[in-house]
Design a protein around this ligand. Structure first.
Ligand code: FES
Ligand SMILES: [Fe+2]
Length: 395
């Protein structure tokens, strides 16, 4: 672990590593930053992810980009500047940066005598890809060091920003080439998305997302289930890379939508639910030719705020409006519970994780710790599960 002593030329990167581990965020992953439709024309959009302020935009050529929302000269947010469809000009002294690379292309104050290599100055910049209607941004970790600066760029304004490694492709070693995608199983389907903020650390959001025991209490609805229908369940789980899977099974008989689906196709209904680091739950429900698929992520905004994004697609005969009404109810129930939970968490209570209902939460914490450990040591990541296992709970 880095300490203040080894803050040198690349000290900013080192400091970031410290800050990152303090906040409990996972770096070197893609996170959804905004909906694609939120970036219109040459408008700039502010976003905050993993406590990193971002400015998002789109070139006239249609390519989305993500820069750190701070000018490397004096730190003023670049989102106050002007974007001409290619370059973003800072509002303070007019430095211009290429949106797609973060590279400085002009410093208006330079005289003909100046020898400063403008092109060696970069604004913080992050890999950015659009997929499933989202702008995904990749956050390289603190272990990715900024390129060494060896010559005449020694004044503080020209130091590479802490995430300058992002624009040097050779340094982005661990980039999973693409962000995750929602699985679909036919050419024609309906889809929708929902999102809401949670007033809690990403960890609480995630363990809430995979918690099997809150259903009968938080999600009591006439259309879903009542507390009376609680019964004992046994579900098989298996390890998958960076996560775990609730093995393909026929879902709970006490949920009306599954019963309806079975009636429609005459085929058995199966469901598979995966959790994969850093923050993603996917669910696939299939019955004959009909299917439903969802991808849910919990993204850290700050250490006390996260955002849940829910994306779903289906070819079952279910109108979007009807589906959204149900999904919104669910999401609101979770959100309201987490607002109440945050009230309690403010005072740092001691908490208990029990077997088996909280075992998925325990796996999540272990996966996260083991991943960080393997990145730290360079060794292979140890999976917390040693094989398939059955968990039992009542819900
Ligand atoms: S602060 Fe941005 S150009 Fe000076
Ligand atoms: Fe829930």
């Amino acid at each position: 672990m880095a300490t203040d002593e080894n803050i040198g030329d690349d000290g900013q990167a080192t400091q970031k590593l410290d800050r990152a581990s303090d906040a409990g965020f996972l770096w070197n992953f893609w996170y959804p930053a905004a909906r694609s439709v939120e970036i219109r024309g040459r408008n700039l959009l502010k976003a905050m992810l993993l406590e990193v302020p971002l400015v998002l935009g789109r070139t006239d050529g249609g390519r989305a980009f993500a820069m750190r929302d701070a000018c490397p000269h004096r730190g003023i947010p670049l989102s106050y500047g002007k974007f001409d469809g290619k370059n973003l000009q800072c509002s303070y002294h007019g430095w211009k940066f290429d949106g797609c690379s973060g590279q400085c292309v002009e410093i208006p104050s330079l005289s003909s005598q100046d020898k400063l290599k403008v092109e060696r100055i970069f604004a913080g910049h992050y890999p950015c890809v659009e997929s499933d209607g989202y702008v995904w941004v990749y956050f390289p970790g603190g272990e990715l060091r900024a390129p060494a600066i060896t010559d005449d760029l020694r004044d503080p304004g020209s130091r590479p920003p802490e995430n300058a490694a992002a624009e040097a492709p050779s340094l982005v070693r661990n980039t999973a080439a693409e962000p995750p995608r929602l699985a679909t199983f036919s050419n024609r389907y309906k889809s929708t998305h929902l999102s809401c903020d949670l007033p809690s650390h990403v960890d609480q959001g995630i363990i809430g997302l995979m918690d099997p025991a809150h259903g009968p209490f938080v999600h009591q609805s006439w259309f879903w289930r009542s507390q009376k229908s609680m019964h004992e369940k046994a579900k098989q789980f298996e390890p998958i890379p960076n996560g775990f899977r609730m093995s393909t099974h026929s879902p709970s008989s006490n949920s009306a939508p599954y019963q309806m689906l079975k009636k429609l196709t005459g085929a058995p209904v199966t469901t598979t639910i995966d959790f994969v680091l850093p923050n993603m739950r996917t669910e696939e429900i299939r019955s004959g030719k009909l299917w439903f698929s969802s991808l849910t992520t919990v993204t850290p905004v700050r250490r006390d705020v996260s955002r849940i994004d829910f994306l779903a697609a289906w070819n079952v005969p279910l109108p979007i409006t009807v589906f959204r009404t149900f999904a919104k109810t669910f999401l609101r129930q979770d959100q309201e519970t987490m607002i109440q939970q945050a009230e309690g968490l403010k005072h740092n209570p001691r908490l208990i994780l029990i077997d088996d209902a909280d075992r998925p939460a325990k796996w999540y914490f272990a996966l996260k710790a083991n991943l960080q450990e393997s990145r730290h040591t360079g060794g292979e990541m140890v999976h917390p599960m040693d094989g398939p296992t059955t968990l039992r709970w009542r819900s």
